[in-house]
Structure formats: structure tokens, C-alpha cells
Design a protein around this ligand. Sequence first.
Ligand SMILES: C[S@@+](CC[C@H](N)C(=O)[O-])C[C@H]1O[C@@H](n2cnc3c(N)ncnc32)[C@H](O)[C@@H]1O
Length: 241
Amino acid sequence: MSNEFYAAGEQRAAKVNDLFARIARRYDFLNDLQSFGLHRGWKRRVVRLAQIKPGDRALDLCCGTGDISFALAKDGAQTTGLDFSPQMLEVAAQRQNKNPKSEIRNPKFLQGDAQQLPFGAEEFDVVTVGYGLRNLTSWERGIDEMYRVAKPGARLIVLDFGKPPNALWRALYFTHLQLSVPLIGLLFCGNASAYAYILESLKHYPAQLAVADKMRALKMKDVRVINLLGGAMAINYGEKV
Ligand SMILES: C[S@@+](CC[C@H](N)C(=O)[O-])C[C@H]1O[C@@H](n2cnc3c(N)ncnc32)[C@H](O)[C@@H]1O
């Protein structure tokens, strides 16, 4: 069954933008609910892998409401969070304004397209994307852009829903995404199809193994796949040579 927020090709970005405009205000709450708060630990793992050093510049793509951006900044990186949704960025700004140190403006939030970054080559020591690559019209283009703006030696880290290698676990997990997750979306956000979109987008995304292949094709080093919950979630890591 197709999903109102999924379309292949040119229409994709507008639909994804519409989806996040609708759920932005409830996004953080629903994230906690549907992952039982586990997403917080997975994001902490991303930030640990970033190995922030003094003076590092970090770019967090598809930053949404800013979880990973805030954590990178807290670890000491000069961080830019980029997203194309004004509504998601508005929530990030509200979170920042609640912080008494918000006048420091780290992270800096920016509206932009992850597939066409407004930066020159080799500007960042760390480039992350959390639950964003799967939403792009071309996930390969997203990685190419991450790679382009990364300095030699930079860490590139991708966190997203994955495809479990075990067939039984994969079937159970996809059933959860098909039934329980949209139900939670309906009950707590008034929108089932925005949450049914997760499975639809995952079906069209080749997930952790293909992301690792792409990193290897770019001749990155120390390419790793870290499966979480048996591969239901995954972190891809690689370093630009
Ligand atoms: C599922 S949210 C992830 C938010 C955050 N990274 C997190 O982990 O909680 C996906 C985000 O990707 C953004 N996004 C999707 N396509 C994008 C694009 N082409 N350029 C920039 N942001 C995009 C959406 O607006 C949304 O905020």
C-alpha cells in the first residue's frame, strides 16, 4: 500500500517537508515513545564515535529538532545543524533559547538542503546525519555531499533505521513498523500515515550494508557497520582519507 508522504523522484522532497511540518511539534515526544527512549543512547553513541577534539568543526545534517547537534556542541565542537524544515528548526531554536547559555549560539542552525550543501570542500572534521539519509531523494548524493565537505581525516557517521540480517527478526520488526508505530502516531500525533512512512521509506532505502559499500567506494578508511537491536537500527562509520 502506498503512503501519502512517499513519492519517488522530484516530488519526494516536498512530501517529506510536508510530513515534518505536520509532526514537528510532537516529534521529540513521539521519538521517546516509539523507541522507549532508546534513541537517546544511540545518538550518544554517534557523538562518542565523532571523537570531538578541541577546535573541531562539526556538521549535523537533517538535524531536525537538534538532538545530535546539541550533543556535538556540548562535547566542544563548533557545530552547524542543517535541515530544510522551518518547523523542525523552529523547535530546535526554542530548545536553544531555553538554555541559559544560548547567547553562545553553538550549535548554529541553518536552513538548507542536505543534497546541495552551502559549504565549500573540506570544511568539517565531523559530519553526522541521524535518521535523515533515508528521507533524501538520493541517499548517495547525500553521502557524496557529506564526503565533499569533510576534511581529510574527518569522521562521517550515519544513524538510521536498518534492515536486520535475520529474516525472522526482520519480519517481526517490519510488522511492528507497519502496525504499532502508525498506531502510536495516530493516538499521540493524530497522524498514522506520517508514522507508516517510516516503513515505506525504509523499503526504498538499501540501509546499512549499501551505505558501507558506498563509503568503501569513496575509499574511506575504518568503514564500520554497528548494528543496534539486531540491525533494526544501524550506525555507519567511516573516515575520509
Ligand atoms: C527523522 S528527522 C531526524 C531529525 C534528527 N536528526 C533526529 O535524529 O532526531 C529527519 C529530518 O530530515 C530533514 N530532511 C529531510 N530531507 C532533507 C533534505 N533534503 N535536506 C535537509 N533536511 C532534510 C527533515 O526535515 C527532518 O527534520
